[in-house]
Design a binder for this molecule. Sequence first.
Ligand SMILES: [Zn+2]
Length: 391
Amino acid sequence: MDLDFWWLLVIPVAFALGWMASRYDLKALLSESANLPRSYFRGLNFLLNEQPDKAIDAFIEVAKLDPETVELHFALGNLFRRRGETDRAIRVHQNLLSRADLPANERDHALYELGQDFLKAGMLDRAEETFGTLKSGDYAQGAQRALLTIYEIEKDWNRSIETARQLETMGAPPLGLEIAQFHCELAQEALQRKNPEEARRQLGLALKANPQNVRATILAGDVDAASGDAQSALMQWKRVEPQNPAYLPLVAEKVMKAYDTLGRAPEGAQLLTEWVDRHSQNDLLDVAYKYVAELNGPDAAHTLARTQMQKSPNLAGMTRLLEAQQAVAEEPRRSELELMRKLIQQRTKNLPRYTCQNCGFRARLFYWQCPGCSGWETYAPRRVEPIPASS
Ligand SMILES: [Zn+2]
């Protein structure tokens, strides 16, 4: 009985304590808001009434009166930029910069944000100019990274290499993978200008920056082939297998063409069959199947498709197997097989082939740089097996 009585007392005591605490909070809040300038509330009011221009003016007034509100400007500027209202973001950051009393680090921060506004607005010249002023301080590395993005967009590969090297000296993680790709871009340009010496020089530099770079090996073959040396081109492309066999589908057609040029097409078909056997890839099977059927006949193609289907069953392989069976079948079985093959093909043919492992962007063509997120070597060099729709 005594115990119950004491428990009842706890409730009013807790209530009284809560009331006192809330009064204390309210007092603290009131004294804090008394310190805030009226412009701050005017600004908030304009913002709530969806009059952002007037709100900015009010907040700029706050910033003039009280340097502590600089963060408020950065928050507003970033908000506008994220919403795509870059002209407003630019105005906010430019206004901050116009203040003579802005501390050096806040000035760097404002310059960095202004550069990002210009970049987002596509004003690359002004972005480059702004980031270029941030040579030292807390924002120097971020500015350098932004400059790298700008040079990549402009396809200025020499300056991209220079900037990436600069970033490495500033303590950024190694950028060998990117630098090798920039050299490959320069090699490709040299190849288009019909300057094989320069192309080979760039490819050497690419492999020096990143010995795992397969693109340089493939391009080295392209340069030899363009110079009319199919034999050397073949030697280069064959090096893709020990380097990284996942990329073999990218050279399968090239290899076949080189063997054909040399008048040794059956050897090419044999090599492709061996590659399919060793690495079981659909994209390789597609190329190998076409040439084996053409050179060695439907039975050889059927054996190739069946062996692969047993090794790694999938829809793309199934299409090839049905095609092989159809080639040797009699009517009416032939029509049945064709119907099945077409049905499977319909499900697979329109689906995108390559998927960016970074942003998920899908493309029918293979890219060394993702068109979605601009990442380098983010595409696995194989088509993704389509997921059949459940119905
Ligand atoms: Zn991507």
